[in-house]
Design a protein around this ligand. Structure first.
Ligand code: IDP
Length: 148
């Protein structure tokens, strides 16, 4: 069973989209195993977005993700990493399909509402950056037999 890291960015929190976003992943059939509203520090932002350090928009990215609270989550399910990316939509909202989170709510790449891990390696790294092991809860839902 895979786990992925998803985060409603400050624009999504300010636009009251936490509930809608959680519902989309619940309705799909994935299971929430950890969540918290938190303020990302400059240090955490730089670690999280480390792969973009040399990009011209890095400073903007760090400023944005630290500009207000985010809603950090860990979700579990079969193929959750790649499927969650489909639900999130393409990075640039000019290319994200209607029906995806970014396709439905975002206009510009710098304010694209949500982050989702892009690979198993990123998922492990990002979950470790944002959550302590004891903040994650494994549990069974009887409904899961109707999903997988
Ligand atoms: P992803 O979030 O879809 O995985 P990445 O390429 O990892 O996309 O980029 C991380 C984040 O950096 C994007 O979600 C977006 O908010 C921001 N970003 C990417 N490209 C640009 C850009 O050209 N200008 C401003 N921000 C960008």
């Amino acid at each position: 069973m895979e786990r992925t890291f998803l985060m409603v960015k400050p624009d999504g929190v300010q636009r009251n989209l936490i509930g809608d976003i959680v519902s989309r992943f619940e309705n799909k059939g994935f299971q929430l195993v950890g969540a918290k509203l938190m303020q990302v520090t400059e240090e955490l932002a730089q670690q999280h977005y480390g792969e973009h350090k040399e990009r011209p928009f890095f400073g903007e990215l760090v400023d944005f993700i630290t500009s207000g609270p985010v809603f950090a989550m860990v979700w579990e399910g079969e193929n959750v990493i790649s499927t969650a990316r489909l639900l999130v939509g393409a990075t640039n909202p000019t290319e994200s399909a209607p029906g995806t989170i970014r396709g439905d709510y975002a206009v510009t790449v710098g304010k694209n509402i949500i982050h989702g891990s892009d690979s198993p390696e990123s998922a492990v790294r990002e979950i470790g950056l944002f959550f302590k092991e004891e903040e994650l809860v494994s549990y069974d839902k009887t409904m899961s037999t109707w999903i997988i």
